[in-house]
Design a binder for this molecule. Sequence first.
Ligand SMILES: Cc1cc2nc3c(=O)[nH]c(=O)nc-3n(C[C@H](O)[C@H](O)[C@H](O)COP(=O)(O)OP(=O)(O)OC[C@H]3O[C@@H](n4cnc5c(N)ncnc54)[C@H](O)[C@@H]3O)c2cc1C
Length: 251
Amino acid sequence: MFTTYQSKLFERTMLVSGVDKFVFSRPDDAQWNFQAGQYMIFHIPQGTEHAARRQYSIASTPSEKRYLEFIIGYIPKGIASTYLPLMKIGDLLTMQGPAGVFIHRPSPRPAIYLATGTGIAPMFSMISDKLADQSFTQNIYLYWGLRYYNDIYYLDYLINLKNKYPQRFEFCICLSRETDIEAKVKKEHIPFCTCGHVNTGVEMMLQKIQKTHKEFDYYLCGSMIVVESLRVYCADKGVVKEQVAFEKFTF
Ligand SMILES: Cc1cc2nc3c(=O)[nH]c(=O)nc-3n(C[C@H](O)[C@H](O)[C@H](O)COP(=O)(O)OP(=O)(O)OC[C@H]3O[C@@H](n4cnc5c(N)ncnc54)[C@H](O)[C@@H]3O)c2cc1C
């Protein structure tokens, strides 16, 4: 059984077209408790007795106890996608949770995080949490798949994380619909972007550091189709399923 909470919309910010950041507090200013990687179940009112339920991964870290942050992509005519952008600051929303088992597993191996689109949400929480964990000294590699350079958000956040943990954190944004990084991407962002899909980024990194796929743990998040294809990719590379954790954003 999950706990049911009243939450209060504290902030909503457009990140890029069709993707907003939502920040919720608790009306009584009580604290949130969850594990990095978990999600909350939003109750979306529909004007009937039964609310529609939609899951959203928590993007903020467990150390931030006053607020829960979410990264939400809108689907044309979707129930939550229609309701959430109309919410005003201070509006209340019922949510349940925290839920889900997409959390860190104890392991001595370095970890590769593969996300597409808003599948990055739990990864922000997990990666920040793990880097701050002094008992985990392994490296963390993030490959985030988006279509275009203009789809990127939170780049400064990732660059700051990279600057804070230069030896332990690498990330690359893999742009599947861009063909010329030099022409499209700002000069200072070029080191963090590549053309292609997330597996392209992984291959490049492994070649550079002369390691094999099997030497890493994997955390996968995104749409069902993408996560399934990444699981096949890991299996094809000989990674055992115990080293692969995933969250599918089912639609
Ligand atoms: C564990 C979990 C965590 C999730 N975390 C996040 C998150 O952090 N951020 C986030 O943005 N979403 C997340 N999702 C997806 C989210 O729960 C909703 O499914 C999504 O926001 C669409 O809800 P909706 O009510 O607007 O659309 P619905 O009313 O459910 O859907 C309307 C129609 O659009 C189709 N559809 C729904 N989504 C898509 C899509 N992406 N692409 C194409 N067609 C679609 C549906 O099949 C349906 O036909 C998560 C899902 C799961 C299971």
